[in-house]
Design a protein around this ligand. Sequence first.
Ligand SMILES: Nc1ncnc2c1ncn2[C@@H]1O[C@H](COP(=O)(O)OP(=O)(O)OP(=O)(O)O)[C@@H](O)[C@H]1O
Ligand SMILES: [Zn+2]
Length: 725
Amino acid sequence: MSRVRLLVFNAALGVLDYRVPEGMTLAPGSVVIAPLGPRQVLGVVWEPERLPGIDVPEAKLRNILEVLPVPPLKAELRRLIEWTADYYCAPLSSVARMALGSMAALRGGGTTTEYRLTGVEPTRLTPQRAAALDALQHEQASIRELAERASVSEGVLRGMVGAGLLEAVTVDLDKPYPRADTAHHVPRLNEEQRRAADAFIEAVHADRFTPFLLDGVTGSGKTETYFEAVAAALDAGKQVLVLLPEIALTENFLRRFEERFGVAPIQWHSSLKASERRRAWRAIVNGPAKGGAQVVVGARSALFLPYARLGLIVVDEAHEVSFKQDDGVRYNARDVAVIRARFEKAPVILASATPALESMQLAETGVYRKIELAARFGGAQLPDIRIVDLRKEVPERGRWLAPSLVAEMKTRLERGEQSLLFLNRRGYAPLTLCRNCGHRFQCAHCTAWLVEHRFTQRLACHHCGHEEPVPDACPECGAKDCLVACGPGVERIADEVAEILPEARTALITSDTMNSPEAIAEFVAKAEGKAIDVIVGTQLVTKGYHFPELTLVGVVDADLGLEGGDLRAAERTYQQVAQVAGRAGRGEKPGEVLIQTRHPEAPVIAALAAGDRDAFYAAETEARRDAGAPPFGRWAAIIVSSEDLTEARDAARAIGGTAPDLPDMLVLGPAPAPLSLLRGRHRFRLLINARRSAELQKILRQWLEPLQFPRGVRVNIDVDPYSFV
Ligand SMILES: Nc1ncnc2c1ncn2[C@@H]1O[C@H](COP(=O)(O)OP(=O)(O)OP(=O)(O)O)[C@@H](O)[C@H]1O
Ligand SMILES: [Zn+2]
C-alpha cells in the first residue's frame, strides 16, 4: 500500500489521501498522525472504496508521519462507526472520535505523574492554600484535575509542591487489573432464573448475534441472572460490556459485581481521571488474552471503545431515556448496542422491568428473543398499589402530602420500616415570584423559570446551569422579603417530612446531594443499616436499589410527567411509577404504594392502579399505531438555532420551505421550540413523521445538504428523538 485514505479527526475535512513512506506498514484501522498544512492531525486508515474522496494526484500526496502504537481499529468497529454516522446523520469523524481515548492513551507510555497531599502541617497558609488543603484530602490526580477539584489555580498547587505540601506519585498506566473469579460466589438460581441464564450462556458459547429482551419484574434477579452469562463469557476469554443509564447507578453495580466475581469491573464514564482513562482504554484494546480488560461497566460512551474481543453486551435498565445522547452525535446507546452486537456476532441483553414499547414490539415480532422473569426472587410479592385522589383528599395549605399518605408514613415509622417519597423535581420550588409585583424569576439565557435551591441558597436554571444568589429584594419593584416559592421540589417535600414527622431520619437523594461515589455509598450503607426512615428523592432513587425494610412508596405527583409536549409521556410515567413502586416490599414484608394524582381516570394511572401492565402496553401500542408513531412509524427532528432570532427563524423557514413533498412523510413546523431560548440561542423545531418505508436519512441529507446558512446558524438533526423541547 503506497497510498492510503484517511478519516481525519476534523469534521470539516473528512477524508484525505496520503502517501505511506518507505518502511511503514499500515492496515485499515491503523491510527496515524498526518501533516495538514503546518499542523498535524490524527487520522484512521479506512478502506477507500467505503469512503469516497477526491482523487489527489500522486505527486501532491504528503507522507504519513507516524503510526501510533495501538492495534488497528477492527473491521467490526469500523462498520459500526459507519452505521452510526449514517443512521444518525452525523459526521463520521465525530463518531470515530468516540472510539479513541485521549492522545496520551494512543501514545502509550507506561507511567504518569500525579500529586497528593503530603500531610505536612503548614505554619502559615494563604486562603487559597487553605482551601486546597481542605478540598484535596484523599485525592490524587494531575495538577490540572486537582486545580479543578479545589477551584484554585494550577499556580497555587505548583507553589504547594515547592513548599512540600503536595508530593509527586508515579502511576503505572499498564498495571494489570485483577482477574475476575467466575467461581467466587455462584448464586443458586431458581428455576425461572436458571432457564434464563442457560439461554444467555448458550448464546455466549455460540458466538452468534442474539438479541434478548430480559423482561423481569422488579426484584426478580435480572442482575444475578445475566451475571451467569458474564461468567460464561469470561470463562471463554471474551470481554463483556455492561451499559448503565447513569453514573449514579454504578456504585451499586460495582458492589454487586464484586460480591459475585471478587473484584470490581473497569469503569468508563465522563468523570474518570485522565490516568484512569488511559489505563482503562489501553486495557480494553489489549483484551483479556494480554492481561487487559475483562468487564467494562459504563455510561453510553463505553459503547464505541475498541474492545479486543467483545463477547457479550448487557444494557441494564434498557428503557431509560438517558441512553439517548442529546448533543453531539445524537445516538441511542441501547439501539447502537444491538447493532454493535450484530457486527461482533455476540449476544446482547436488554434488561428491564418496564421495557420500552419499541423493545416490546421487537420481541413480539420475534426480532428479539424475550426471556421473562415473572416472579420476585425469594417469594417476595409485588406491592399493592393505591390511588390517592388529590381532588378529594386535599393536603393542608402549603403542604403536598395527602393525609392518608402521611398516616401510612407514621405507621411505617412506628414499625421501624422505611418509606420512600418520589418527586421528579430537584430543588425547593420550581417557580419563585414576587408577592408585591408578580415578577417571576426567569433564566436570562433560557425560556425557563429559575428553580430555588434552599440547600445552596441559590436560584438555578436546570437547562443551562446558570445560578444566582436568592436576592433580598425583588429586582423589579424593590420590595423586601416578598419572594414566594410556588410548588414543590424534593427539598420542600423533605422540609414537610421534617415538620410532620420530626423524629424521622430523612435522606434527600438528588443529583445535588449524590454527587460522588462516596456520597452514594454512604447513603446505601445508611439505608441498609436502618439509619434512615424516610427517603425523599428524584428519579435517582427509582431504580437499582434493594432495601428490604422499605415497605411504603409515595408518588408525590404522578401527573407531573404527563404535562408538556413529550410524545412518550404516558410510557415514561408508567415506567417511572412502576420502577419506584418496585422498590417497595422487596424483602419479607409486603410493600404498599400510594400514588397521588388529580387524574385517576387517565389510562396510564388506571393501569398502574390495576397493576395491569398488559393493558397499558396494549392501549399505548394502539395509540402509537394510530399516530404512526414509533415503532410503527418514525420520527426525526430538525433543530435550528442561532443567537440571532431573525437569523434562526429565517433558516428554519428556509428548511420548511424546501421540505420534500412525499407520500410517506409528513413535515410539521417549523415552530418555535418549547424551549425557545437555550443558552442564549433562539431555537426552532421541525418534526418529521415518516412511514417505515421512507428512506429517512437519505431524504434528510438530500433535503438539507444543498442549503446554505449564515455562520451563526446551527442545524441539528435528531433521528429517533426522545426530547421534544
Ligand atoms: N438466585 C439468587 N440467589 C440469591 N439472591 C438473589 C438471587 N436472585 C436475586 N437475588 C437477590 O434478590 C434481590 C433482587 O435481585 P436484583 O436486584 O437482581 O433484581 P432486579 O430484577 O435487577 O430488580 P430491579 O429491576 O428492581 O432493580 C437482590 O438482593 C439479589 O441479590
Ligand atoms: Zn438557563
